[in-house]
Design a protein around this ligand. Structure first.
Ligand SMILES: CC(C)(COP(=O)(O)OP(=O)(O)OC[C@H]1O[C@@H](n2cnc3c(N)ncnc32)[C@H](O)[C@@H]1OP(=O)(O)O)[C@@H](O)C(=O)NCCC(=O)NCCS
Length: 184
């Protein structure tokens, strides 16, 4: 799989992160406990942790093909607003995302996720794009519904979300599957 390094939508420019983005990632969302409420990572205590994340998850992810993260930036001005990633495994790809608090409630994540989901489902080898979301995170559940995913069921004790405590949480599994032949 060779995802595009840049995906453009009406209001957003999704692009491959670089080390120089660490400070903006840290200050816009990675240090915000509210953003990290229902995610599997812990709030970054310092920009050094963010640098390590950019190097070991983002830069390495694109190199190895294990995960493709795009920084979500505003088309107008280029400010960092969040991040979205795609993890392909065999014929499936999982998405995950976060948006800085100041940008919530404007339809931006729906716009970003729709672009990534549609790109992935147009890939010949991908038949299923899916995501998990905490039972208590209705805004994210709504995003997944708006990008055409179906609520498939609850995965019990699926993932630890550090802000919720040390034990794995129950999550909804959402997916959208290929209905017709791929275009690529
Ligand atoms: C979840 C998140 C990505 C949503 O981003 P966003 O850009 O605000 O989402 P959108 O504006 O595209 O859509 C949000 C939808 O949820 C709805 N919503 C928001 N809060 C809600 C709530 N408490 N209950 C029910 N629906 C809610 C909105 O009304 C909107 O739906 P609508 O268009 O039908 O009105 C963002 O809040 C975020 O980054 N949260 C923290 C990180 C996170 O939880 N990531 C997801 C992990 S699975």
């Amino acid at each position: 799989m060779k995802p595009p390094e840049v995906i453009e939508t009406d209001r957003l420019r999704l692009r491959r992160p670089v080390m120089e983005d660490a400070a903006a990632i840290f200050s816009t969302y990675a240090q915000d406990p509210e953003v990290a409420r229902f995610v599997s990572w812990s709030v970054h205590p310092s920009v050094d942790v963010t640098r390590k994340f950019v190097e070991e998850d983002c830069v390495a992810g694109w190199k190895t093909g294990q995960v493709f993260p795009w920084l979500i930036t505003l088309a107008a001005g280029g400010d960092v607003a969040g991040i979205i990633d795609l993890r392909p495994v065999a014929t499936r790809a999982e998405i995950g995302y976060v948006l800085a608090r100041r940008y919530w409630g404007r339809g931006l994540m729906t716009e970003a996720a729709r672009a990534v989901v549609e790109w992935a489902l147009a890939e010949r080898e991908i038949y299923r794009v899916w995501a998990v979301v905490d039972l208590e995170n209705p805004a994210s559940q709504r995003v997944l519904e708006k990008v055409g995913m179906t609520r498939e069921g609850v995965l019990r004790r699926w993932v630890v979300m550090p802000r919720q405590g040390p034990t794995p949480r129950d999550v909804w599994c959402f997916a959208r599957v290929r209905e017709r032949e791929a275009t690529r």
